[in-house]
Design a protein around this ligand. Structure first.
Ligand code: ADP
Ligand code: TRP
Length: 326
């Protein structure tokens, strides 16, 4: 069975964009592949989180993913820092990672520009750590967003380089994996995409009142003046959200109203808010339930770490031998 690895940065809460973009892929993949999903807590150290925040963020994101349906019986779900083998591979890969190529990574350059007083070596070697995460399980597929493409190229290059240097075919070159049907969830503020940093996100953990408020504030226009006219982006965004969370009938109802210039955006937003709540409410309940069951969370993390360590330590035995450790 093909091997899949993906890492989740423990920053912030999951929003609808994350759900329909990333999480749904994971849910599908865990049924079809041998999956390793982990919380990338080492990666998050580049921004120097406070000690208490570090573990709280990890637990929070773990509870959210489990509540969405990531299944510890199907996939290895673990915390990166529980698998120390990754650090060893990170060290070896860094010995053949060159300053120039790491400095050329766009996200490094962006971060270095944004935070000039914290351009640390961890930030520079972020792609090396990511490569180690992936190839330590000999992954073939990595579900990631487009923004990770450069890190994936580096991962393939480092896998290839290791194979060349040690005359082996130990590491496959992993490909990025985004199923064709994955959707882009728009924001409610007229901007293209729902995102944490865009400040326009509806979170799975939002309570119904918060969701109603956010949806009612969504940007609209003064309404169509000609029958069957094309929808401007802000309106198209609302319809896209309807398509994602509402029934086909509801979508058609409002589409028809729009086409006949009889639409009342207030009604559409009210319906949209209720349909979003219907979707998020059961997930929210599960998040709260799972988050309060520390014992269950610990058991999941322990079992996941055990599976991940088994796979990682098998690879590392081969790596050490190839490098020349006797
Ligand atoms: P954000 O943009 O909120 O910071 P992240 O960059 O943490 O979100 O996103 C993690 C993953 O969630 C991405 O790899 C991407 O696949 C998915 N994702 C985020 N926002 C959206 C969106 N609006 N629509 C579809 N997928 C999204
Ligand atoms: N860099 C990824 C992100 O920012 C997170 C990540 C770390 C990752 N290690 C990984 C993703 C390994 C896929 C595979 O979203």
């Amino acid at each position: 069975m093909e091997i899949v690895v993906s890492g989740i940065r423990p920053t912030g809460n999951l929003h609808l964009g994350n759900y329909f973009g990333a999480v749904k892929n994971f849910l599908q993949m865990q049924n079809e592949y041998n999956c390793f999903f982990f919380i990338a807590d080492w990666h998050s150290l580049t921004t120097h989180p406070k000690p208490n925040d570090l573990s709280a963020n990890v637990s929070k994101i773990m509870a959210e993913y489990l509540a969405c349906g990531l299944d510890p019986d199907k996939a290895a779900i673990y915390v990166q820092s529980d698998v120390k083998e990754i650090l060893e591979l990170y060290l070896y890969l860094n010995m053949n990672a060159y300053l120039g190529e790491l400095q050329r990574v766009t996200s490094f350059k962006d971060k270095a520009r944004k935070q000039p007083d914290n351009v640390n070596a961890g930030l520079l070697t972020y792609p090396t750590l990511m490569a180690a995460d992936i190839i330590i399980h000999k992954a073939q597929k990595v579900p990631v967003g487009r923004d990770q493409e450069q890190n994936m190229e580096i991962t393939r290059r480092f896998a290839r380089r290791f194979n060349m240097i040690y005359e082996t075919d130990l590491f496959p070159e992993p490909e990025s994996y985004t199923p064709a049907e994955s959707v882009k969830v728009p924001g409610l503020d007229g901007s293209g995409k729902m995102g944490k940093s865009e400040g326009n996100a509806i979170y799975l953990i939002d309570d119904p009142e918060t969701i109603r408020k956010k949806v009612m504030k969504a940007v609209t226009d003064s309404g169509p003046t000609q029958q069957n006219s094309e929808k401007p982006e802000v309106i198209e965004n609302l319809f896209t959200l309807l398509k994602i969370v509402s029934s086909a009938d509801t979508y058609e109802f409002f589409n028809e109203k729009y086409n006949s210039c009889a639409i009342r955006y207030g009604d559409l937003k009210k319906q949209l808010a209720e349909d979003i709540i219907n979707f998020t409410e059961p997930i929210r309940d599960r998040i709260l339930g799972i988050a309060s069951d520390k014992e269950y969370m610990q058991r999941v993390a322990n079992e996941g770490a055990e599976k991940a360590r088994e796979s990682a330590s098998a690879t590392m035995k081969e790596v050490r031998k190839l490098i020349g450790f006797k």
